[in-house]
Design a protein around this ligand. Sequence first.
Ligand code: NAD
Length: 446
Amino acid sequence: MTDAYTRFIRSAPGGALAKQLGLPRPARLLRRDDRPAPVLGPVVVLGDSAGADGIAQLLLHEGHDVRRRFEELRSVGSVILVLDEIASPADLGPLVLPLAGAMRSLAPGARVVTISRPAGDEDPARDAARGGVEGFLRSLAHEMRGGATANGLLVEDDVALEAPSVIGALRFFLSARSAFITGQFLTVSSAAGSATADRALPLAGRTALVTGAARGIGAAIARTLAADGARLVVLDVPGAGTELSRLANELRAVPIQLDVTAEGAGGRLVAALRERGLSLDAVVLNAGITRDKLLANMTADRWDPVLAVNITSQISLTDALIDAGDVLGEQPRVVSLASTSGIAGNRGQTNYAASKAGVIAFVDALAARLEPLDGTANAVAPGFIETEMTAKMPALTREIARRLNSLQQGGLPVDVAEAISFLASAEAGGIRGETLRVCGQNMVGR
Ligand code: NAD
């Protein structure tokens, strides 16, 4: 799904005109079908800590072309900057500056990943250095070209760099699955999680529920989780029954027709799962709606349904699933759909932004509630994604919205789905209460 402007710009006359006028020239993003290699080589691991040696060894053992310096490389596929031992801002320069001379050698779709520790409140010089990594990485992401991305991992002090979620998240950021994620950080807060046995089918043996699955991002999530090996339960309103059955047939999934805001929806979901003997390893809370209006024109019939679908239903469904005691598997994963509007706010979306900011706070609290079950809760915050929801926007607003990010294009539903599939996997057990933006480094927000 490519928009008309991008199709024109990629034509020979369009490309020439864009160059002359300095118009945005969005690169073609390589997704997993375009770039099956899980890691683009050669991989340069920079840093002199034991953690850097460990990461380099691990990738080497897997058969990747790993280097510790840029040497005379003409083309670089991936760069991993291991900054876990920086003690003061002066340490940053020698570690990151080797990348300066190699920036023009980065291959199209290249990946840069920093691995560092989060700033705390103990050691001013060390924490200034750690905080500095954030500014460095976010600026670097703005400078990447040709669909290349830069993201960071923040690994808590007591978590080793070989922990399953560090390696899992590193692989995710290095892969084509993170095509529309750039300028973002993910925090690994514990060593929980287990390495994926079959990397081609990371969700094999797991059962996942996706709400709002009949179309758009929900349908893409269901298809991606199924392609990753999960057994699917797909849920949507009775009015979307035809599309839901079609999807269920395609994926051999169990369909459930249910309005998530209906009285007793949680109990009905639990009953439907018990009837079929199903226990969920992953719950993806995707059902969502918009009813945009300026606050001056906002009425309860626009405010209430948005809050009811986008956040209140998530609270009641997860309450029902947890309280039932027999419909969640071991180490359950809940992944919810937030939005960049919930981070930055958006004109005309006081209701929607309230609901999505609510989601961000909700997953943080839910993660704590799921901890005794070895479960996690996280959110994904999409920016501009090409779906029926965004197709309804006024044409000019839509065109501006889709260009206002470092990758100068809208994302695809599959981009959101890929992030969710990673967060739903066994290896993501050390990531909890996080909100990962899938927005191409949208220029709005923090
Ligand atoms: P969409 O409108 O295409 O699909 C939403 C699905 O949710 C539909 O199938 C709908 O029937 C279902 N749904 C709505 N109310 C329901 C209810 N009460 N019970 C059960 N199902 C219900 O939307 P989308 O663009 O695919 O968005 C999916 C999610 O992603 C939403 O939570 C949305 O807020 C979020 N999101 C989307 C974008 C974007 O750019 N499209 C950006 C940020 C966040």
